[in-house]
Every structure is written in structure tokens, then in C-alpha cells.
Design a protein around this ligand. Structure first.
Ligand SMILES: *[C@@H]1O[C@H](CO)[C@@H](O)[C@H](O)[C@H]1NC(C)=O
Ligand SMILES: *[C@@H]1O[C@H](CO)[C@@H](O)[C@H](O)[C@H]1NC(C)=O
Ligand SMILES: *[C@@H]1O[C@H](CO)[C@@H](O)[C@H](O)[C@H]1NC(C)=O
Ligand SMILES: *[C@@H]1O[C@H](CO)[C@@H](O)[C@H](O)[C@H]1NC(C)=O
Ligand SMILES: *[C@@H]1O[C@H](CO)[C@@H](O)[C@H](O)[C@H]1NC(C)=O
Ligand SMILES: *[C@@H]1O[C@H](CO)[C@@H](O)[C@H](O)[C@H]1NC(C)=O
Length: 230
């Protein structure tokens, strides 16, 4: 059974970006999944490396394993629905993830905290929910985090910015976030934009943010913040 063997091997090697039907317990249909994956292939401009990956080979989506050097993933504005399940160490080379303006749902997997070279995580205008995983605060290169217009809840991870010294832009407006603004957002001195309007953030604006010299855009409207900006 050489074919089966081969696919099993691939299953362990692959970067799996699997989009399964969203929020709930619906069964996912292999055919639907195949269609989504073929859409993704097409959105990537039908790269030759995915030539084998076609409708007649629909189950073989682990061909993504060939993309284990993948750095930039841009699937913005593709009307994609489903959960984002990035599974497997092969994805760790990712630097930029652009999935804004889709209809994706579910959580940000904790796994994203292991994408050691991730600089941009751009997920605005979707239906993502749940808490923003604290694991992403360990990303040393994180520069842009745009989670605007989703349904994230819980607090902003308290260590956001503390270990990400290149952090330059954070947009989390129009979610359902509560609690305090993280003290270390501007730890690296590079934060020029922080937008968090229309949440339920409370407490005062931390000194680390108020004293952030690089900051030129600050939007905190429609929250429950108090205190003075010095
Ligand atoms: C589809 O992929 C299979 C291998 O997965 C390959 O044998 C076949 O030639 C491909 N078909 C087309 C039309 O590219
Ligand atoms: C987006 O997908 C939905 C079904 O999931 C479909 O009804 C709608 O027409 C699509 N919109 C566009 C702009 O393709
Ligand atoms: C992260 O980037 C560094 C420097 O470019 C590189 O050496 C390393 O292999 C990358 N890590 C991964 C997991 O791709
Ligand atoms: C987005 O997905 C939900 C299901 O999660 C669906 O009910 C809704 O119609 C979709 N919206 C668009 C604009 O495709
Ligand atoms: C966030 O929302 C989810 C449902 O989407 C809920 O289970 C969870 O308890 C909420 N967490 C907080 C901190 O409100
Ligand atoms: C902020 O809101 C939380 C509940 O979401 C509450 O426990 C906390 O005491 C509030 N903090 C301030 C400073 O108002």
C-alpha cells in the first residue's frame, strides 16, 4: 500500500490550514473542505507546487506539507467561513497571517504562540470569539496585531507588549474585551497606534502607554476607562 503509507507520512509533516464549518458541532463534509482548500489554492494563484492538489485528489490536502517554508499567508477578503485550525510544527515559519475580511469563527489557537517569527496577525472583520491567547505575548517579533471587529472577550493578555519589543500597532476595537489596558504595550518604544474603542475596558490608562513617545494614534472611545492621561 505505498500510496497510503505516503499520505500518512505527509499527515505528520504537513502544515494543515484546515477550515471546518464554524461554531458548533456540525460534522464537516470532506467535499466542503476540499472545496474550501481548492479555493485557498486558487487564492494563492495556483502555485505549481500544489499542482497535484486538485478536485480528484481532494483528500490529499496534506500536500500543504510542501509549504513548510511558508512565510506569508494572505487570504483576506475571501468570504471564508469556518474555524481556523493550524496544526503542526511545519507552520512555524509563518511570519504574516492576513485573514481579515472573511467570515471565520472560533478561537485563535494557543498554537499561534509557537510561531516564533510571526510579525503580523491580522484577523479584523471576522467572527472570531473567545479569549485572546496569552501565548501570543511570547512572540518576540510581533509587530502588528489587528483583531478589530470580532467577538473576542476576556481581557487583553496582561503581558501584551512586554516581550514583543517591535510591537507597533494594536487594533482590538469593537470586541467584548474587559479589564485593564496592559501596562507594557509600549515596552519596546515602537508602539505608534493603539485602537481599542467599543469594548468594556476599565481602569486607568497605564503610564507606560501615556508616556509612549512613538504613539501617534490612540483610540479608546466607548470604554469604561477612568483617570487622567499625563
Ligand atoms: C491531480 O492530482 C493527482 C495526484 O494527487 C495527479 O495524479 C493528477 O494528475 C492531477 N490532475 C490534474 C488535472 O492535475
Ligand atoms: C459568501 O458566502 C456565502 C455563503 O457562505 C454566500 O451566500 C455569499 O453570497 C458569499 N458572498 C460573496 C461576496 O461571495
Ligand atoms: C525564524 O527566523 C530566523 C531568522 O530568519 C530563522 O533562522 C529561523 O529558521 C526561523 N524559524 C523558523 C521556525 O522558521
Ligand atoms: C457567516 O457565517 C455564518 C455562519 O457561521 C452565516 O450564518 C452567515 O450568513 C455568514 N455571513 C456571510 C456574510 O457570509
Ligand atoms: C467568552 O465567551 C465564551 C463563549 O464564546 C464563554 O464561554 C466564556 O466564558 C467567555 N469568557 C469570558 C471571560 O467572558
Ligand atoms: C474592571 O472590571 C472588572 C470586571 O470586568 C472588575 O473586576 C474590576 O474591579 C474593574 N476594575 C476597575 C479598576 O474598575
Amino acid at each position: 500500500m505505498p500510496m497510503l503509507r505516503r499520505q500518512h507520512t505527509r499527515a505528520y509533516l504537513c502544515l494543515l490550514l484546515v477550515l471546518v464549518p464554524c461554531c458548533g458541532f456540525q460534522h464537516y463534509m470532506a467535499d466542503e473542505e476540499a472545496q474550501l482548500l481548492l479555493q485557498i489554492k486558487s487564492a494563492w494563484g495556483d502555485p505549481p507546487v500544489l499542482a497535484e492538489w486538485n478536485a480528484s485528489a481532494s483528500a490529499a490536502h496534506c500536500i500543504f506539507g510542501r509549504l513548510n517554508k511558508l512565510q506569508d499567508l494572505d487570504l483576506s477578503e475571501n468570504n471564508l467561513t469556518g474555524h481556523l485550525v493550524v496544526d503542526g510544527f511545519a507552520a512555524v515559519s509563518l511570519k504574516m497571517i492576513y485573514l481579515g475580511d472573511n467570515n471565520l469563527s472560533g478561537i485563535i489557537p494557543d498554537f499561534f504562540g509557537r510561531l516564533e517569527n510571526l510579525t503580523d496577525l491580522i484577523l479584523y472583520n471576522n467572527n472570531f470569539c473567545g479569549e485572546i491567547p496569552a501565548s501570543i505575548t511570547r512572540l518576540p517579533s510581533l509587530s502588528y496585531l489587528d483583531l478589530e471587529n470580532n467577538r473576542f472577550n476576556g481581557t487583553l493578555p496582561p503581558e501584551l507588549g512586554k516581550h514583543s519589543l517591535y510591537l507597533a500597532g494594536v487594533s482590538v476595537g469593537n470586541n467584548d474585551l474587559t479589564g485593564a489596558i496592559p501596562e507594557g504595550l509600549c515596552n519596546g518604544g515602537n508602539l505608534y497606534s493603539f485602537s481599542a474603542s467599543s469594548n468594556r475596558l476599565n481602569g486607568s490608562i497605564p503610564a507606560g502607554l501615556a508616556n509612549c513617545a512613538a504613539l501617534i494614534k490612540l483610540n479608546l472611545g466607548s470604554n469604561q476607562l477612568s483617570g487622567q492621561v499625563r
